[in-house]
Design a binder for this molecule. Structure first.
Ligand code: SER
Length: 320
């Protein structure tokens, strides 16, 4: 039986991961940890326990771990890249201070800990194409600085204290459920909403801006499969490159046009997001994840686009 605490359970990833974990670990408790102002609602609230767990308060994390006899923590609290530039102090407080609290509670109480890293942990001096697993990580955003720090801290706690820390570097994540907020890859979600609503989309990035992206079902599976992986096969821990598709705005727009022929896109680059996107890799080499825990994506741009359009039409009540 697994007892799991998800911190950030009402966020972009947490809202879906909590539900997925509840369907996988039916006999255990999957606790939705939330902060004030982001309380769980609907299915998320009704399908299992929920606790107020502010990642900046170690006592709250420890109390939830004790109450539910938690053995695994999924730490999904984060401030995304563009907002992190507006609020760098808060990004550090949550990204690094919060992770430190999770690591300490995990050390004291023997929990395994999953914390996502990101394509944002790379920077302009990283090789941009087929970015290797082990390479230069000199990001220029506060988001990236918190992610690299998190990778190092998590590896330190594994080596020094034996805490079972594991992590993946998520690409931009695309989903029709909970929208992202304040990231650089968000355009690849927003574009589907505009297309399904029949609106023209103003792209905040220039054509030719390639980034790694992933459909949410693959991302959720990656997190759970890594936490279930045989530890004796893991040569890496914090953090694994994972990949499934890389595209630029023109490619995703062309794919959407195959299904919604009237769709139109114009370009109006946002200087901050463009600068961040230009500093990130175009495509990641995920061969270590494939070798060490059999990672394999299921969705590509075409199958993701078909599913996104179908699900958003239902969600937004739009006829085909
Ligand atoms: N989706 C994140 C962002 O754009 C990257 O991990 O900030």
């Amino acid at each position: 039986m697994k007892n799991i605490l998800v911190i950030g359970a009402t966020g972009q990833i947490g809202s879906e991961l909590t539900m997925k974990l509840r369907s996988v670990y039916k006999d255990g408790n999957v606790v939705a940890g939330y902060i004030r102002g982001a309380e769980p609602k609907g299915e998320l609230l009704e399908s299992g326990p929920a606790e107020l767990v502010d990642i900046t308060d170690p006592a709250q994390i420890a109390a939830a771990v004790d109450k539910y006899n938690v053995d695994t923590i999924y730490n999904l609290a984060a401030i995304l890249s563009a907002v992190g530039e507006a609020k760098p102090q808060l990004a550090w407080k949550i990204g690094v201070g919060g992770l430190y609290n999770c690591l300490e509670v995990s050390r004291e109480k023997g929990c395994a800990l999953f914390t996502p890293s990101s394509i944002g942990s790379f920077g302009p001096t990283t090789p941009h194409e087929n970015t290797p697993q082990d390479t230069i990580q000199r990001p220029e955003t506060m988001y990236g600085v918190t992610k690299v720090t998190g990778e190092l801290l998590s590896d330190y706690y594994y080596r020094r204290f034996g805490v079972d820390t594991r992590s993946v570097r998520f690409p931009g994540l695309i989903s029709y459920v909970t929208p992202p907020g304040g990231g650089t890859t968000d355009y690849a979600v927003d574009i589907y909403y505009s297309a399904v609503k029949g609106e023209e989309f103003e792209c905040p990035l220039c054509n030719g801006t390639y980034m790694d992206m992933m459909y949410m079902p693959d991302a959720l599976r990656a997190a759970i499969e890594l936490m279930e992986a045989d530890p004796s096969r893991l040569l890496h821990r914090n953090s694994f490159n994972i990949a499934s598709m890389s595209f630029d705005p023109a490619m995703i727009a062309a794919k959407i046009k195959q299904y919604i022929p009237d769709f139109k896109m114009t370009y109006k680059p946002d200087p901050l997001r463009q600068q961040i996107a230009d500093s990130w890799p175009d495509s990641l080499d995920d061969s270590c994840a494939r070798r060490e825990w059999d990672w394999k994506p299921e969705y590509d741009l075409d199958s993701m686009t078909r599913d996104m359009i179908e699900k958003l039409r239902i969600k937004l009540n739009v006829k085909a």
